[in-house]
Design a protein around this ligand. Structure first.
Ligand code: FRU
Length: 920
């Protein structure tokens, strides 16, 4: 929400609050102050009339003060009311003269003044309401004059003559008396504020005038008190009592007339209700009279009862009205509460609308801001994608270059294979002279160097594209380093370099990828040898850091060293240092760093120009830093090409050995490169029967057709690659037993593992060493031989009996299954004289020649020979057992005649069956 919206909500809330409060208080439009002069029954009637009337006027705030006949107190009350800020003053002035100044003052200040029942000495008031006291005085005289025909001797009991009614009543009475000559005032007795004084002194006045026969008192109360005193003095019956006021209600004036205590009372109406109505008219600027005279009557025995009854009815009506008013008030309260509730409800609604509107407004503002942001974001995204495209272009251009170099490098590997193959081949020859041998070594070394660079570039690509995976096994670091050092030992010797390994360990087991670490160490040593002058030193030290649980290998040389800048950038790819004469690819150290880091290790350099360099490699112990996929469980490392690349001419395998034992064995060579075909043909055809295929499909067909003893296949081939061929051969019952050697330029461990996973028996990377290839061929064929012999030895009677084989040798599941089927069928049928090889061919779903070659390859003998062996083996057992005759045994083991059995037995055992039995 915005700041302005908060303001709106705040103001709305304030207004609602104020409104609610004013609703609860009820709106008071006018304040009326009333100063009542005294406290008596007549005034009680007046006060309650006022209250009743006010109930109909909730808009009036009525402030009431009552002074007990004390003018000074009343003046104080008036001042108080004025201070309260009244809109109109109602006052029944206690005494005329003392109250005149204050009332004039109020009037003159602009506040309307309503005089009730009594007056001041001034005309400065707004209105007067009350009966005409002068007329009342006259009325009293008239009543006495007309009802009392005799001479009337009157005692007048006056109110305090400082109050206006007393003065006027007296005046009216005197004036009217003049009409009646028989009436005479004997005495005018003025009371004091203290009524006890009246009770004490009036008896004297009464006694003083024994002829008095009329008591005229200014109020009924005074008349009744006089009656009481007169009765005390036995004068009550001889006196006529006339009073003023005629207050309704029990024990009051009207009842006193009714009861005969008073002879008459001049009704002096209280006029409370009328006074309020008059004040409200004035406040509302409605027309009003200044002098409002209330009607009066004479109450005597003739009308007192009726009046009393009527007054009673009026009272009950008034009570009724009061009750109704009370009910009304509760309704009013309820309705007020309801109004407040509705008001709050409506206010909340309005507030909600206001909030909703302001929310909408801020939403719109937000939306606009969002649009703005969106637009800016789009702009940023656009420029971002422009940048990305540009960088992608740059990246793909770089990529294309690297790919080109990689591809070219890849292409180098086959010719390098040939060069290294030829040199490997010629170098050991004793017929070439030393000079040529020296040149050949140089060719070999340089071809080898080139190959290493090619390999580095390809490794770098792999690291870059995250295709390089770690294959760690637990190896002895000491012997590993010693092995690598071997490759450099002759160079060290030749150049007089102090090349030693410094360590206190004889053996130190560490988990690492041999291929990778071989590259790292080879690289560090190549560099050291490159930059160290003849006669210098190259030391390798191995130490253990027990605290960090790691091993540190330091390669330290006394070579040219590195400048500070070179040292700080030496591990960056393609970095060319200041030593321009020694330029390399700039990849070796960067690659080494990546390979070390893949082992969770670190590599660093300490060097200074002219003082040699120290390359420090630290590698963690244990295998916690390796995940499961990085661990080779059987610790069998697949041979890396690199490990066989140095000094390969020292390889000792003799071709003659192979030739001698393997002549006549068939090898299928699947290779699309004619040079390699030619090269290998020259090498292999002397020892083996070589069959050549130039593409994948042709190779597979030939393998299925000929069932060769061994297959050598390239991986990259037209029409079908080497991996597919391997898979097809290894899953086909006819060919599954054939050992396969995969030959490939793809030297990565992953490729080798992929090749091995298809079921290949060996994986040799190009460039390969031909002696190594021979050795591999030899070992695979030898394995087969061992298997055959092992199988042959297993053919014991109990195995025949159960038709099962329990070969633990290195045999594929498919071949094991084949042998089990084959053996079990023979066991079930060899006792049948008509049992033939064709039955087996049908059973195993192979052609005769396929079955022959398969069986020959697996068990090393022909099928008939094998069946013969099984039959003879069982016969041998039966002969020793001695239960059956020789002819019975002949038939039992499946021979058609005992003579034929004897011939066959003799050829195998060199003795007749019966002679054999005798000897055993
Ligand atoms: C009551 C009273 C009445 C009398 C009136 C005159 O206070 O004395 O009895 O009629 O005042 O103002």
């Amino acid at each position: 929400m915005l700041k302005s919206d908060y303001k709106i909500v705040f103001i709305s809330l304030l207004l609602i609050l104020l409104n609610s409060c004013s609703e609860i208080k009820e709106e008071k439009k006018f304040v009326i102050g009333f100063a009542q002069c005294c406290n008596d029954a007549w005034r009680d009637v007046m006060n309650s009339e006022m209250q009743r009337e006010l109930s109909f006027h909730p808009e009036i705030d009525f402030q009431f003060r009552k002074s007990d006949g004390d003018s000074r107190e009343q003046i104080r009350h008036i001042n108080e009311l004025i201070e309260n800020g009244i809109d109109l003053l109602m006052v029944a002035p206690n005494e005329a003269e003392p109250l005149t100044p204050i009332i004039e003052e109020v009037y003159q200040s602009g506040i309307p003044v309503v005089l009730i029942d009594r007056k001041t000495e001034s005309e400065l008031y707004t209105a007067y309401i009350g009966a005409n006291n002068y007329e009342i005085g006259r009325m009293a005289a008239d009543y006495i004059g007309t009802t009392f025909k005799e001479n009337a001797q009157i005692i007048e009991i006056q109110l305090v003559m400082s109050i206006s009614p007393a003065i006027e009543r007296h005046r009216g009475f005197i004036d009217a008396l003049s009409k009646y000559p028989k009436l005479k005032i004997l005495n005018s007795f003025e009371i004091t504020w203290d009524l006890d004084y009246f009770d004490k002194s009036f008896p004297d006045t009464l006694n003083k005038y024994p002829d008095a026969n009329i008591i005229f008192a200014h109020t009924d109360l005074l008349a009744e008190r006089a009656h009481k005193i007169a009765r005390k003095y036995g004068r009550a019956d001889s006196l006529l009592f006339v009073g003023i006021d005629g207050i309704p209600g029990t024990g009051r004036g009207i009842q006193a007339v009714e009861d005969g205590i008073l002879d008459a009372s001049m009704l002096y109406p209280t006029g409370g209700g009328e006074a309020i109505r008059l004040a409200i008219s004035i406040l509302n600027n409605l027309p009003y009279e200044k002098e409002n005279t209330l009607e009066t009557i004479v109450i005597d025995e003739a009308n007192a009862r009726i009046l009393h009854n009527q007054m009673k009815k009026v009272f009950s009506l008034q009570e009724n009205i009061d009750e109704q008013l009370q009910v009304l008030n509760t309704y009013k309260l309820d309705s007020r509460m309801q109004r407040i509730f509705i008001f709050v409800l409506v206010s909340s609604l309005i507030l909600a609308v206001i909030l909703g509107l302001s929310l909408r407004k801020s939403l719109l503002i937000n939306k606009a801001a969002l649009r703005d942001l969106e637009f800016k974001n789009q702009e940023i995204t656009k420029s971002e994608s422009r940048l990305i495209k540009m960088s992608e272009k740059v990246k793909s251009a770089t990529q294309a270059k690297i790919d080109f170099f990689t591809n070219v490098s890849h292409e180098f590997r086959t010719p390098l294979t040939l060069i290294l193959g030829f040199t490997d081949d010629i170098l050991p020859s004793k017929v070439i002279n030393k000079g040529i041998q020296q040149s050949l070594k140089l060719i070999h070394q340089n071809a080898h160097r080139l190959l290493r660079l090619v390999n580095q570039l390809m490794d770098f690509r792999k690291v870059e594209s995250n295709q390089m995976t770690l294959r760690a096994s637990e190896n002895d670091l000491i012997s590993f380093i010693k092995n690598v050092m071997e490759s450099f030992s002759s160079a060290a010797e030749r150049r007089g370099i102090d090349f030693v390994l410094l360590t206190r360990f004889d053996q130190l087991d560490l988990w690492f990828d041999i291929g990778m670490m071989d590259k790292v160490l080879f690289n560090l040593l190549s560099n050291a040898f490159k930059f160290t002058p003849d006669g210098g030193k190259i030391h390798i030290s191995i130490s253990e850091d027990k605290f960090d649980d790691k091993v540190t290998v330091i390669v330290e040389d006394s070579g040219t060293g590195l400048s500070k800048t070179d040292a700080s950038r030496i591990f960056e790819p393609f970095f060319q240092g200041e030593n321009q004469q020694m330029l390399g690819t700039g990849l070796g150290l960067s690659l080494s760093k990546s390979l070390v880091e893949m082992h969770a290790g670190e590599i660093s350099v300490q060097s200074s120009s002219g003082k040699g360099s120290r390359f420090i490699v630290s590698l963690p112990f244990g295998k916690k830093h390796l995940d499961q996929t990085q661990i080779i469980s059987d610790s069998k490392q697949v041979a890396s090409g690199e490990m066989y690349t140095e000094n390969t001419w020292a390889f000792e395998t003799k071709e003659d050995e192979i030739e001698n034992g393997n002549a006549g064995q068939q090898i299928l060579l699947i290779e699309d490169n004619k040079d390699i075909q030619e090269f290998l043909k020259n090498k292999l055809s002397n020892s083996f029967q070589l069959v050549q295929a130039y593409d994948g499909k042709d190779g597979l067909d030939k393998a299925k057709e000929l069932i060769p003893d061994l297959v050598i296949s390239d991986i990259m081939l037209p029409s079908m690659d080497g991996l597919e061929i391997t898979r097809a051969l290894k899953t086909d019952l006819r060919t599954s037993h054939i050992p396969i050697i995969l030959l490939s330029a793809r030297s990565s461990i992953d490729h080798q593992i992929e090749g091995m996973n298809t079921g290949a028996d060996a994986y040799i990377t190009k460039p390969f060493n031909v002696q190594f290839l021979f050795a591999k061929i030899k070992s695979l064929l030898l394995n087969r031989q061992v298997l055959k012999e092992s199988f042959g030895n297993h053919i014991k009677s109990h195995e025949i009996e159960f038709g099962v084989l329990d070969l633990q040798e290195d045999i594929s599941p498919i071949d094991l299954e084949f042998l089990q089927k084959f053996n079990s069928y023979i066991y079930q049928n060899y006792t049948r004289q008509e049992f033939q090889v064709t039955d087996l061919c049908e059973e195993l779903n192979l052609s005769r020649s396929q079955l022959y070659r398969k069986v020959k390859a697996l068990i090393g003998e022909g099928i008939s020979d094998y069946i013969q062996r099984v039959r003879l083996s069982k016969a041998e057992e039966l002969l020793i057992e001695g239960k059956l005759s020789v002819s019975d045994i002949a038939y039992t083991v499946g021979y058609s005649s005992p003579d034929y059995f004897s011939t066959v037995f003799r050829s195998k055992y060199g003795t007749s069956p019966s002679a054999f039995r005798k000897n055993h």
